[in-house]
Design a protein. Structure first.
Length: 191
């Protein structure tokens, strides 16, 4: 599985690609940060991020895209920009039929450091160690993008099992309700 991790943002949008191996083995493929100046018009900034997403998707051909879910931020304007950047990337993936998964910052931190409250330095240190990099990815948005990709590699098998169990439970419920209707119809017919 090849995962494109995206740490969305208007000023800095991190892109990182990793390949999943056996077990928890992950290998780095590429990482970079796309920057847009704050004085640029919003639509132009989103276009630049969209073009970068198109380039990364076409160049690296990921099997899935992992995007950081905008959870809650004190600055509504920042949260909106982050959500818009993430949406542009999700749309680019959807146009290509590539699945998109969203992970919260605490899920990402817990996956790579063991603590959902880890700081950026801890995340960067663990990403560097997990991927066997000689130097830490900079800026933090680059490390965060790789952390998202790693998180997805490690969480995907569990998410797939949960989805399969939910589907099986829904099917069981459907059968149970159908059987109840048959029983009720049989009782109504004997009156």
């Amino acid at each position: 599985m090849r995962v494109l991790g995206v740490d969305p943002g208007l000023t800095r949008c991190g892109f990182g690609v990793v390949d999943a191996g056996r077990g928890r083995e992950v290998r780095p493929v590429a990482v970079d940060v796309v920057r847009t100046p704050p004085e640029m018009e919003l639509a132009s900034r989103l276009l630049r991020i969209s073009e970068a997403a198109d380039e990364w998707l076409d160049r690296f051909r990921p099997t899935v895209v992992a995007v950081e879910r905008v959870f809650a931020q004190h600055n509504v304007r920042t949260a909106m920009g982050t959500a818009q950047a993430g949406g542009v990337v999700a749309l680019a993936a959807a146009k290509r039929g590539i699945p998109v998964c969203f992970h919260t910052p605490s899920q990402v931190k817990a996956s790579v450091t063991g603590s959902g409250t880890a700081d950026k330095k801890q995340v960067t240190a663990m990403v560097t160690r997990i991927l066997g990099l000689d130097t830490p990815p900079k800026p933090a948005d680059a490390a965060d993008a790789l952390a998202l990709a790693i998180c997805h590699c490690w969480r995907a098998p569990m998410l797939e099992r949960m989805a399969a169990m939910e589907a099986a439970a829904a099917e069981q419920k459907r059968r149970y309700e159908a059987r109840l209707k048959e029983i009720a119809a049989g009782k109504a017919g004997t009156r």
